[in-house]
Design a protein around this ligand. Structure first.
Ligand SMILES: *Cc1c(COP(=O)(O)O)cnc(C)c1O
Length: 959
């Protein structure tokens, strides 16, 4: 026997699940002789790529991680005092390992299926409660993308709600962080909102203003008393947004007690690594009266079918705020996982722990300030929490050099420096800083005294009196065992990719490989401040450069912007780039966006945010775009046409043959083509956005490129553009990434959620061009195999000219309504079989959209098909009367263990049918933790914070 000493495991074989036998069986079921034949029948020849992807040879997992170690070592982890919205933090080990690094949490989907998502819904409710308590507001959402966009959302909400339509000015304190002001500028432009930037003390409120925004503590560290400012605004009916640091609010009077209408900010410093900019959860809190205008998702309390406490996403059929062209926001994917972490950080530390952390940070800051004052430096702040500003004059250079020699970063601005402390700073660190500052002044170390007895600099009126985080959840889990068990108890309520496939059409829930995830929490990537000097972050630059090049190759575009933090934000960024292009050519009037009726809701919402008018293009019977209607509308609006937004393959899961003609028509009429890249999983290596004729597209890295969904975020939505648009790609006001004509930033950090870009980098590096192309082919194979198995049982809506679907398919469930079965009944019944439902009612109401991805083996596809086929039989039993129309396993789904094991059982079918409807379920049983959730009950009286359990139950009894 000869031995192969060069054998190396291919990552591709781990990522793509079907083996040779499975593949052969699936091809046979479909009725084709090879995968290539299937692809021939699926992807129109005229859009196929002419040559294979030009990407580096695939690396094995171990090779990749070894090489990335080298790259990581190019990042220098300095002690960061830069602040400006990003602070080093101590992620409690119990949260790091059991949440952030745990697929049980990070592979969950957005909690649309509430009955199998009670764990994260509770964790997010904790987050909302924490935000409400600390800010002193009445209601909060379950996270936004980052502090800057949260501020922009607040501005826009106040703009939308303004009573006086003449009021178009917005006051922005010049002490708001620079990156936030930048995002406000981007967002203000399309609506003609005039930003007035200045000092809040000099501001004169007039009726021309609809709102104002200030930072608390301010950008320069000062803790201002804004009470009088808020009063002046309110006299003119001007609304106030406050950007507040949550940790400081444990000590400071919260904005809700002195007149804020909205409070926003980041929760990063609650245990979430800086990660060179993200991902982190922003928060948004406001008054109850604005509850129907809040952007993002809100978790609310309701009851289930057994009258028990249950949670679900409130106020939405799909998304309450993404109302197509009437949208108030386009936020879809947010930052669920990071919000969950921040909430757990508060649960773990509790109100006392948080306050002690804040006191230490504040105390050490006072210590530093007074010690520096003593040796002749002039600290400019009077009242501050964790940040001081000093004018260094001619000593700037020496201090800067001395700090670099000690691996320390401060925040330099001309001759001024600001120093922000965080929970990782110790008394020793402060001593080192004082020593550096004294050395520069020529003061000997042994004659140095460090002030140790310190008192707060915050005036009595701004010291917080009110209590917070009184709910038992924040006062019960402070030992590690209790915390561990609490985290686990929530995790076990939630179905994730650890349990079974999640076949979400359009959302591509594929493998999130462990090797892709491992580097994210390496300190060389986690502990880096986004505004750290360029020469300290060469490792990150290497990853970005390669990822930019590879994604450009995959999309066929000239360059990418890695800034947008989610798909919808990519749409917005791409449309703003198109807008800038038209304006640059003098075409200021071009503002019509053509959007097919079947588009994802975020498309029109993003177009509206970019100041465009939406014209809807019809679809044909077969689901394709009505090209005649498109042509007519493009010609009719030729003078004002801005762009077309098109999803490809279509949201119906079909490669439309007419796509090249469609793009030509738009270009002939002066428009640009924006491709929504959510369905890129059917394109990679076979065709590309540039190849079909698009000018811009976003990629959902959390779909096609393996970033996990995190239960509703994080995500990344970078955009690729053709050569003529590169110069307009988003810039940044703090870090110079600007092109010739960059639009202002769309995210707080220059490369968005930089640390998770590594996941997509790893995926591409370990798959190589061939592996990625195979992944696409297997995604199409798996989908067509399911179609072959299911189409005898469910009508499959829409397919290509040769009867094939792309990477997903739509199962029509509308016919079952005739005998009282709704599509949600099927979705809920799937839980009894151990599965998460596919996408419900998008893009067609009353249907299920199934997308298996290449990462599922045949065995798993079969289990899922078996479940759907068994459910179809149950529907037939309802139809033919052998199961009752009302009391049947579909209508009563999902069945909890409490219901199934109760002493009473009054249903017309067995307990076995209820909970173990197929033999395989016994091995995989996943119990939904609540019965069917009652949405309307919760929406009628909205509760968005943790209610004391007893009072809640009492209310139910009396109601
Ligand atoms: C997921 C999706 C989006 C939105 O992306 P987010 O990352 O959630 O903002 C847009 N369009 C389509 C077709 C999608 O599937």
């Amino acid at each position: 026997m000869s031995l192969n000493i060069h054998y190396q495991e291919d990552f591709q074989d781990r990522h793509i699940a079907p083996n040779a036998n499975d593949t052969a069986a699936m091809l046979q079921a479909i009725g084709v002789s090879s995968i290539d034949e299937l692809i021939e029948q699926t992807v129109p020849q005229k859009i196929r790529l002419k040559s294979p992807l030009n990407l580096p040879k695939a690396k094995s997992e171990i090779e990749y991680l070894t090489d990335l170690r080298q790259t990581a070592s190019l990042n220098k982890v300095y002690k960061s005092y830069i602040g400006q919205g990003y602070y080093d933090t101590l992620t409690p080990g119990v949260i790091l390992r059991n949440v952030m690094e745990n697929p049980g949490w990070y592979t969950q989907y957005t909690p649309y299926q509430a009955e199998i998502a009670q764990g994260r819904l509770q964790a997010l409710l904790n987050f909302q409660t924490m935000v409400i308590d600390l800010t002193g507001m009445e209601i909060a959402n379950a996270s936004l993308l980052d502090e800057g966009t949260a501020a922009a959302e607040a501005m826009f909400m106040q703009y939308s709600l303004r009573k006086n339509q003449q009021a178009t000015k917005y006051f922005v304190s010049d002490q708001v962080f620079a990156q936030t002001i930048d995002i406000l500028k981007t967002r203000a432009q399309p609506y003609g909102i005039e930003l007035v930037i200045g000092n809040h003390i000099d501001f004169t409120a007039t009726a021309e203003f609809f709102g104002a925004i200030v930072q608390y503590p301010a950008g320069n560290g000062e803790v201002f008393d804004y009470t009088h400012f808020a009063d002046t605004l309110h006299q003119q009916n001007i609304k106030l947004t406050v950007i507040a640091d949550l940790l400081s609010l444990t000590l400071l009077t919260p904005p809700g007690e002195w007149g804020a209408d909205v409070v926003v900010g980041t929760t990063q410093r609650f245990g979430v690594p800086m990660g060179f900019g993200g991902p982190h959860a922003a928060y948004f809190a406001t008054k109850d009266e604005y509850k129907r205008s809040i952007p993002g998702r809100i978790i609310g309390v309701t009851i289930d079918s057994n009258n028990n406490y249950a949670l679900r996403m409130a106020l939405q059929t799909r998304e309450q705020h993404i109302r197509r062209d009437k949208a108030t926001s386009n936020i879809c994917t947010a930052q669920a996982l990071l919000a969950i972490m921040a909430g757990f950080y508060a649960v773990y530390h509790g109100p006392k722990g948080l306050k002690l952390i804040a006191e230490r940070v504040h105390g050490l800051t006072v210590c530093l300030a007074e010690s520096l004052n003593q040796i002749g430096y002039q600290v400019l702040n009077k009242a501050y929490f964790d940040t001081i500003q000093i004018n260094l004059g001619e000593l700037t250079g020496s201090i800067h050099k001395e700090c670099l020699d000690n691996n320390i970063n401060l925040n330099y601005k001309g001759n001024q420096v600001s120093i922000s402390l965080d929970e990782t700073v110790s008394f020793e660190d402060v001593k080192l800083l004082v020593r550096i500052f004294s050395k520069v002044k020529g003061i000997a170390a042994d004659s140095l005294t460090i002030v140790e007895e310190v008192k707060t600099t915050i005036s009595a009126t701004l010291q917080r009196q009110s209590s917070y985080l009184l709910h038992p959840v924040f006062n019960s889990h402070h030992s590690e065992h209790e915390m561990l068990r609490y985290i686990k108890s929530l995790e076990t309520k939630d179905l994730s990719l650890c349990h079974s496939m999640i076949a979400l059409g359009s959302c591509t829930m594929k493998l999130n490989a462990t090797s892709e995830m491992i580097p994210v929490t390496w300190p060389e990537f986690g502990k880096v401040h986004p505004f750290a000097p360029a020469d300290q972050v060469l490792g990150y630059y290497t990853v970005f450069d390669e990822l930019d090049k590879w994604l450009s190759e995959i999309t066929g575009f000239a360059a990418m912007s890695l800034q947008p933090n989610a798909g919808a934000q990519g749409e917005y960024a791409g449309l703003m780039v198109i807008r800038a292009y038209h304006q640059d050519r003098g075409d200021h009037h071009r503002n019509i966006a053509l959007i097919p009726a079947s588009a994802h809701g975020t498309n029109p919402a993003s177009a509206a945010m970019a100041g465009m008018k939406i014209v809807v293009v019809k679809s044909l019977e077969n689901g394709n775009i009505d090209v005649d209607d498109l042509k007519a509308k493009a010609e009719q609006h030729a003078a004002d046409l801005s762009c077309l937004m098109v999803t490809y393959p279509s949201t119906h899961g079909v490669f439309e043959e007419s796509i090249i003609d469609i793009c030509n028509i738009i270009h002939q009429n002066g428009g640009q083509v924006y491709m929504d890249g959510a369905n890129m999983n059917a394109q990679v290596g076979l065709t590309s956005p540039a190849n079909i004729g698009a000018d811009v597209c976003h990629l959902n890295l959390h779909k096609t490129f393996c970033i996990p969904h995190g239960g509703g975020g994080p995500g990344m939505g970078p955009i690729g553009v053709a050569a003529h648009l590169v110069k307009y790609l988003p810039g940044h006001s703090v870090v110079d990434i600007n092109n010739e004509k960059s639009i202002p930033a769309v995210s707080s950090a220059p490369w968005g959620s930089a640390s998770i870009l590594i996941i997509s980098h790893a995926y591409i590096a370990m798959m190589g061009g061939e592996g990625l192309t195979d992944a696409t082919k297997y995604a199409i194979l798996n989908a067509n195999y399911m179609k072959a198995r299911l189409e005898a049982h469910y009508p499959v809506l829409y397919s290509g000219s040769q009867g094939r679907c792309a990477h997903e398919m739509i199962l029509d469930c509308r016919g079952f309504k005739n005998f009282g079965i709704e599509v949600v009944d099927i979705a809920k019944r799937l839980m009894d079989y151990g599965f998460h439902a596919p996408t419900v009612s998008f893009p067609v109401a009353g249907t299920l959209m199934v997308e298996p991805t290449e990462s599922e083996p045949k065995h798993e596809l079969d289990r899922f098909c078996d479940a759907l086929i068994a459910i179809r039989k149950e529907i037939s039993s309802v139809e033919n009367g052998s199961l009752d129309k009302v009391d049947n396993p579909l209508k009563n789904a999902p069945h909890t263990s409490a219901v199934v094991t109760a002493n009473e059982w009054s249903h017309g079918y067995s307990r076995q049918t209820a909970a173990f409807p197929l033999p395989y379920v016994a091995d995989y049983k996943f119990w939904p933790s609540v019965g069917r959730v009652n949405d309307s009950h919760g929406d009628r009286s909205l509760i968005c914070a943790c209610p004391p359990l007893e009072s809640y139950l009492e209310e139910e009894v009396t109601a």
